[in-house]
Write a new protein. Structure first.
Length: 434
């Protein structure tokens, strides 16, 4: 069977690999000049470092399993600790599940919440059981149990780091279903405290950079670069894929692009599906990577910090890559900042982004040295948003696809934005093709 995969990000490449291993003739069409999508490496101060996704969940298996199948060395972050910038100081991040405290004494000593809010947290076990029959935003759910401040200063920065969105908009069912699982046991605080602890690292990376992942995955696959697809049209024989003046025929198609792009491709083939896809909103962000000649010594024990939106800071997070990843530390003093949230895209002016980031770094962690090099990586429409009702929309999309045999979707827009979830969506799409 002849299969076309549109998009050479981690989802498209994974689907192509799965289908190739089944004996299908597969070609991947990629609009840009490289594989990887939001996983990308660039030379900064003469060294290759990640300027897109730099980690994946370790406790969900799809990512690390595939990496190891490819012969890549999976590594884990160092013991350096992350913080939250709140009320003029860096505060330790107490262990939590999307804002539900796992360690109440640690939360009390962190200085993150006011005494009034801590008292609200302590009283949570006395509240009536939470309702879990209808979807609700993570922020509103956390606020209803632990107070507004917990939602704004703990849950919001944690979610912003993943979705570049706002906790008051992101769906519990789509982004944090474990909250409802805890709620079904009664008190969230007590249910969270009863969870067994684990020594398994939360995150994983690839030695030498995450960009090695898609590059290795693409080896042996037929990938055509600089080939943007205009439309995918259903025919009695299969599909026609139009690329400017060129047309390719295929028996099946996997569309592994962001939802807004997929919507344009499928307007004629599946108009109802395309309308649902076009309703999936995205966040645009920028990642700035700095190389410094030297950094304050006290940063060595820190992996970075998050910034709650209520702080109205120019950056939403910073990653001290040199301290977080041993392989980066061997290459130099590299540090990243992230800018932009849903509804708040980064400035179009690179110089402004750089100046704002440096000002924030000086204010928060005392960096005064001028960087030896800076790379600004813009990621327009990079992160799909999962608002309340997202799972219902995904269900309607899949229902609509049932009428178009041989067409499947993959990517971060549906069942999870992380690398493992995206790989999982690709496995699913390949299985649907057969």
């Amino acid at each position: 069977m002849r299969v076309i995969v549109v998009g050479a990000g981690i989802a498209g490449l994974t689907a192509a690999r799965d289908l190739s291993q089944k004996g299908h003739r597969v070609t991947v069409l990629e609009a840009s000049d490289r594989v990887g999508g939001k996983i990308r490496g660039e030379s900064v101060a003469g060294q290759l470092v990640d300027v897109g996704a730099e980690a994946m969940l370790n406790r969900r298996p799809e990512g690390v399993s595939l990496a190891r199948e490819l012969g890549l060395e999976v590594v884990h972050p160092t013991d350096a600790k992350s913080s939250i910038w709140s009320r003029g100081a860096l505060r330790p991040i107490p262990r939590s599940i999307m804002g539900v405290p796992l360690d109440l004494p640690a939360l009390e000593s962190a200085g993150l919440l006011s005494e009034e809010t801590l008292e609200v947290v302590r009283r949570e076990p006395t509240l009536p059981p939470a309702k879990t029959d209808e979807d609700i935003s993570v922020g509103d759910f956390i606020a209803s149990r632990f107070g507004d401040e917990t939602a704004d200063r703990l849950a919001d920065p944690l979610l912003a780091g993943v979705y570049a969105g706002h906790a008051r908009a992101i769906s519990v069912k789509a982004a944090a279903p474990q909250l409802f699982m805890l709620a079904e046991k009664g008190s969230l605080l007590e249910a969270a405290a009863a969870l067994p602890t684990s020594d398994v690292p939360v995150f994983a990376g690839i030695d030498g950079g995450m960009s090695r992942f898609p590059e290795t995955l693409a080896e042996g696959l037929d990938v055509r670069f600089d080939t943007p697809v205009d439309t995918v049209t259903r025919t009695p024989q299969g599909f026609l894929i139009e690329m400017g003046d060129e047309v390719e025929a295929a028996d099946a198609v996997v569309v592994a692009t962001p939802a807004p792009v997929a919507a344009k491709l499928l307007r004629s083939t599946a108009p109802a599906v395309a309308r649902e896809l076009s309703a999936i909103e995205t966040a645009s962000v920028a990642v700035l990577t700095f190389a410094f000649p030297e950094l304050p010594a006290e940063l060595a024990g820190r992996s970075g910090f998050l910034v709650p939106p209520v702080e109205e800071c120019a950056i939403k997070a910073s990653t001290f890559s040199f301290a977080k990843w041993a392989w980066v530390g061997e290459r130099g003093n590299y540090l990243r900042t992230s800018v932009g949230r849903h509804g708040e895209p980064p400035s179009d002016d690179d110089d402004r982004l750089i100046a704002d980031s440096l000002a924030a770094l000086e204010q928060i962690v005392g960096i005064t040295a001028a960087p030896t090099d800076v790379h600004v990586q813009r990621w327009p429409d990079a992160l799909p948003q999962y608002p309340v009702g997202h799972l219902d929309r995904v269900a309607r999309i899949r229902q609509g696809l049932r009428g178009v045999s041989g067409l499947a979707l993959a990517g971060a827009s549906y069942d999870g934005v992380g690398i493992p979830a995206t790989i999982g969506s690709a496995h699913r799409a390949a299985a649907e093709i057969g």
